[in-house]
Design a binder for this molecule. Structure first.
Ligand code: SAH
Length: 365
């Protein structure tokens, strides 16, 4: 077990928290050439430096000057739970002691990282553990990026992240500014993490009026539909349906400026006996008819205390085949990491003991 050893003065600027203009201003305040902005960022994001001393292409004097005023305050308190299927759930302790979760999901040739945008969630979807926590606070841009840096630290030799999904704790569109800033740093090729936006997917429970703000980011958009009537959606996802009812959400989806060769993803959590009947499948096909899209079916992942049940594999397959015969591309999301509560809808605080009994391996770094 390793803990933070370097005492850092909290009065120092955390370089991780700076946007590009803020870093440029800091660089200018030292009287340094502007290319130093990219130089410092590259150390932080591309080489994952944890100290200014590591920035060996800055002179010793410059490093000392920078060190007097700034630091790289990466969290070292990352607890990792590894599931039998190699899914890894990372719990990062933030500066104020709150925790945020990210999940590494290996699947054949893919290695997907699922990241969180809020501690808890603004919304209250009844089938989601995070939704039962309430909102503690929004995650800051650098705390989103840190989830990625920490996940990279956890990779086994030969592993490489291939995809990123904003489907962890929280509602990304309720924290849009931080989301956009984090995506800017993740996708910047010169000094950032160099991700192609095509490999990034942002998932929303349906804040309809904000869908349009995702398009300019160039990332993929997934919409969690989960219901096929207003009444059903109001019951399952009361907060978000109060903000934008199903009809408004679908209209926003139809108007979404999809780039050529792209399509929307609709997610649909299947809850046994609630929204998984033949009539639901038929209605779903009708609702999304004509939208360039695919559908991901997510059989419900239970958590202690939840009132919903996971449908049988046969019922899931029957639902899928109805959509398929309506000409829709439809996939069943495999559930990964359920034994560490790392699957969809299972992120969030449980009483410690309940969580530990579900945990197989714990490591701390
Ligand atoms: N707030 C965003 C992202 C987080 S949830 C959103 O709602 O899209 C990510 C996905 O997990 C959503 O599609 C959500 O409907 C689904 N989900 C939530 N709880 C679940 C559970 N217990 N089992 C299966 N899927 C769940």
């Amino acid at each position: 077990m390793q803990r933070a050893h370097t005492p850092v003065s909290s009065s120092k600027v955390n370089l991780l928290s700076l946007s590009e203009p803020e870093m440029a201003a800091l660089v200018a305040s030292f009287g340094w050439p502007s290319y130093r902005t990219g130089q410092i960022f590259r150390w932080i994001y591309q080489r994952r430096a944890r100290t200014i001393a590591e920035m060996t292409d800055l002179s010793l004097g410059d490093r000392e000057e920078l060190n007097a005023r700034a630091c790289i305050r990466r969290t070292r308190d990352v607890v990792v739970f590894r599931a039998a299927d190699d899914t890894r759930k990372l719990i990062l302790k933030l500066e104020d002691g709150l925790e945020v979760e990210a999940v590494l999901i290996p699947d054949e040739e893919r290695l997907t990282l699922c990241v969180s945008t809020q501690v808890g969630c603004t919304l209250d979807c009844g089938f989601c553990l995070t939704g039962t926590m309430g909102l503690k606070r929004n995650v800051k841009p650098h705390e989103i990026v840190e989830q990625v840096l920490s996940a990279q630290d956890q990779l086994d030799t030969g592993e490489r992240l291939s995809n990123m999904v904003f489907m962890g704790m929280g509602e990304p569109l309720a924290n849009l500014n931080a989301l956009s800033e984090a995506i800017a740093r993740l996708t910047n090729k010169q000094w950032g993490l160099g991700w192609s936006p095509r490999r990034i997917t942002v998932s929303t429970a349906g804040l309809a009026s904000r869908l349009k703000d995702i398009a300019p980011l160039g990332v993929n958009l997934a919409v969690s539909l989960n219901a096929t009537t207003e009444e059903q959606r109001a019951r399952l996802m009361p907060a978000v349906n109060g903000i934008a009812p199903l009809s408004t959400l679908l209209l926003a989806c139809r108007r979404y400026p999809l780039a050529p060769h792209r399509r929307l993803t609709f997610e649909y959590v299947l809850l046994a006996g609630v929204n998984d009947r033949e009539t639901d499948a038929v209605r779903l096909a009708e609702l999304i008819r004509g939208i360039r899209c695919k559908v991901n079916l997510i059989p419900f992942n239970p958590f202690p205390g939840s009132v919903f049940r996971r449908p049988s594999d046969e019922d899931v397959a029957a639902f899928q085949s109805i959509l398929r015969s309506a000409g829709i591309d439809v996939f069943i999301r495999k559930s990964r990491g359920r034994d560490v509560l790392g699957a969809c809808g299972q992120l969030g605080n449980l009483p410690d003991r309940a969580f530990r009994t579900l945990t197989q391996i714990e490591s701390r770094c």
